[in-house]
Write a protein that binds this ligand. Structure first.
Ligand code: B12
Ligand code: SF4
Length: 588
């Protein structure tokens, strides 16, 4: 049978993602002799085009994978198929798992598979192919007239019995290119904790307890999969283990490190939960190749962490983990969330303060989104915090709760301020080049047409993240700097991809220098118009020679000027930095 798997990944961070769930499903189906194809929707397409793509695939069954944030697209595309073609439709993934009744009640999908989909889907495919009855299949939901029927879930899968995920399902070259050579791996499934805002609390219950839900793959299997991946793609530069908590089992981690050291030199990144790792284990991981950890801090208020989020850990333990990582030279990501029940301006300030203390290399911030099914969602419903008819947000910076302790507007403002602080800390900590002007953004002079036209942003253009100064025309930002011998200014220039297809033209990027007594000089002027020139739709890197000023104090100005009153112009200057004397820095 031919199965088309549809993966909507629309309006998320512009990135091509590897989806382990689908890759594993595909491996199991192919192993049983079925044909599998992927339809990856990385942007919205018309329903007509969608139907055409499905028709062209000549699939016998279409399977949708959806998280809650993508369900609005999933529903629309599935609905259009239902009307246009007579192909059975099945849905799986997190949204279907946490809210199966809600999905089945809509009457769009013929089948829903709750939880791990590999074997239930295989059994469904076999039943449909041979005309056998599918009503016995565990994990399966279906409709009979107006009635929704379902079978209970089977026990969680023994991961070592599964074939390796089918990496060929995805465009591997694109994956590696857009992820900077980073390979995605999973050495376990599930989590031993049950934070109230996370799907794992539901999945653990479904599986019959944390011991059953959390499964660690055998080290030898993980190593074997990694060997094959390295053989297939010798260009792998790093690995990210997407395991919820890589350090859940200390004994396993030690065994993994010893084996990994024997075979690979590829640096890797993992998710760590505070309290699951001690200094020695972290050191061993570092020696094995660990270069970066992602750590859920979530809130700086211990009471919120404990009573609202069900996360038991002290601020001291969080600070200690980041200190260890700094000592060992491990890059740190601090993952945070604001806007949960009980949140006030004071508790958000505590979260900011805690982050100031731990001083992470990178900060990630989300506004809490109540996803159906999870315990914190139920609490929000009970307390009447979710306004009726509120649509699911796609971007995780949109407040969705009516909180008694803080207004949505203030929450949004604090979100922006917190994010900007994060960029600033990042610039200060990761200082490259002699003088990183983004890191000195707080002492820059800003001349802007309207408030908010000049700010610090992390900008992704064609999959490449760069810390940038946004200058919405016509604006200017300047610094007083003391130049050294042979100074050069390096920066990248780019236009927001959001405006590439908008009407209008480009803009001028100008670098000017004013000395104390001399006239202002324009040392660089470049007109970029990515709306009309496709090859300018990227980061454009430049270097400006400042050696003529010798070792003077000057005012260095970056100015953006629009052409023809072009309102759709969002210009970025990525990490402008001075390289002085013989000392060199990394561009970009
Ligand atoms: C790894 C991961 C990521 C990775 C990779 C995402 C990806 N493409 O898979 C990255 C970092 C990119 C990521 C990004 C995001 N993520 Co994420 N992520 C996860 C995480 C930790 C593990 C997912 C995973 O690989 N599990 C292992 C595989 C084997 O399981 P699975 O994907 O669930 O698939 C199985 C079943 O669901 C089922 N199944 C899945 N699809 C289908 C299809 C069919 C037809 C069938 C029959 C069955 C089936 O069978 C699969 C095999 O057993 C989950 C937490 C979790 N436990 O699910 C969060 C999670 C999925 N992420 C979440 C969120 C919110 C996001 C972001 C929006 C975050 C952001 N700030 O942008 C983005 C959205 C990107 C996107 N479009 O997916 C939420 C979603 C919540 C919800 N209810 O929707 C989760 C559940 C975490 C949470 N908060 O609870 N994520
Ligand atoms: S530790 Fe992380 S993955 Fe585990 S339940 Fe909490 S938030 Fe979810």
């Amino acid at each position: 049978m031919k199965i088309l798997l549809v993966y909507p990944d629309i309006h998320t961070i512009q990135f091509y993602h590897f989806q382990h769930g689908l890759a594993w499903i595909s491996a199991v189906l192919k192993q049983a002799g079925h044909q599998v194809e992927l339809l990856y929707l990385d942007r919205e397409i018309s329903v007509e085009m969608f139907v055409e793509k499905v028709r062209a695939s000549a699939a016998d069954l279409v399977g949708f994978s959806s998280i809650t944030l993508q369900y609005q697209f999933t529903r629309r595309y599935a609905q259009s198929l239902k009307q246009a073609l007579k192909i059975p439709l099945v849905i799986g993934g997190i949204h279907a798992t946490v809210a199966p009744e809600e999905v089945m009640q809509e009457g769009i999908f013929d089948f829903l598979i709750r939880g791990e989909g590999e074997y239930p889907l295989l059994e469904l495919v076999q039943a449909l192919e041979t005309g056998r009855d599918w009503r016995q299949i565990q994990n399966l939901w279906w409709r009979e007239g107006d009635e929704i029927k379902f079978n209970p879930n089977r026990a969680p899968i023994d991961l070592d019995q599964l074939p390796f995920p089918d990496r060929e399902l995805f465009d591997e070259n694109r994956l590696l290119k857009e992820n900077f050579g980073q390979l995605t791996m999973m050495a376990s499934r599930g989590c031993i904790f049950a934070c109230s805002y996370c799907c794992n609390s539901v999945l653990t219950e479904l599986a019959g307890g944390a011991k059953k839900w959390h499964r660690q793959r055998k080290v030898e299997k993980v190593i074997e999969e990694l060997k094959i991946a390295h053989q297939r793609c010798p260009d792998i530069k790093s690995i990210i283990f997407m395991d919820e908590v890589f350090t859940a089992e200390r004994k396993w981690v030690r065994e993994f490190c010893l084996e990994y050291q024997k075979h690979f030199h590829t640096p890797f990144q993992i998710y760590v939960r505070v309290g699951t790792v001690d200094y020695d284990t972290l050191k061993l991981l570092r020696e094995t190749g660990l270069y970066s950890i992602l750590v859920g801090v979530e809130s700086g208020d211990e009471q919120i962490r404990r009573d609202v989020l069900n996360r038991r850990m002290s601020n001291e333990k969080i600070i200690e983990l980041f200190k260890w990582a700094d000592e060992l030279g491990i890059e740190t990501w601090s993952l945070n969330m604001i806007g949960v029940p009980g949140e006030t301006e004071r508790t958000i300030q505590k979260t900011i303060k805690l982050n100031q203390k731990i001083f992470p290399s990178h900060l990630q911030l989300s506004v809490f989104q109540p996803f159906p099914g999870i315990p914190l969602y139920e609490r929000c419903m009970r307390e009447g915090l979710i306004p009726e008819g509120e649509a699911t947000a796609i971007y995780l910076n949109q407040p969705r709760l009516n909180l008694p302790g803080i207004s949505r507007e203030r929450l949004r403002q604090l979100y922006d301020e917190f994010v900007a602080l994060g960029w600033l800390w990042e610039a200060k900590k990761g200082k490259k080049g002699y003088l990183d002007l983004s890191a000195e953004f707080d002492r820059a002079k800003i001349h802007q047409a309207q408030p908010g036209f000049v700010m610090l942003w992390l900008v992704r253009i064609l999959g490449e993240d760069r810390l940038s100064i946004l200058i919405h025309p016509d604006s200017m930002v300047s610094w007083r700097v003391k130049l050294k011998k042979n100074s050069r200014l390096r920066f990248g220039a780019g236009f927001s991809p959001d405006v590439w297809d908008k009407p209008g033209a480009g803009c001028w990027y100008l670098v000017k220098v004013k000395t104390r007594f001399g006239p202002e000089q324009t040392l660089f002027s470049k007109y970029l118009d990515p709306k009309h020139n496709e090859d300018e739709r990227r980061w454009n890197d430049f270097e400006v020679d400042l050696s003529r000023f010798g070792e003077k104090k000057v005012e260095l100005k970056l100015e953006t000027k629009v052409d023809n009153g072009n309102e759709y112009c969002v210009a970025f200057w990525s990490r402008p930095h001075l390289i002085q004397g013989e000392k060199d820095g990394t561009p970009g």
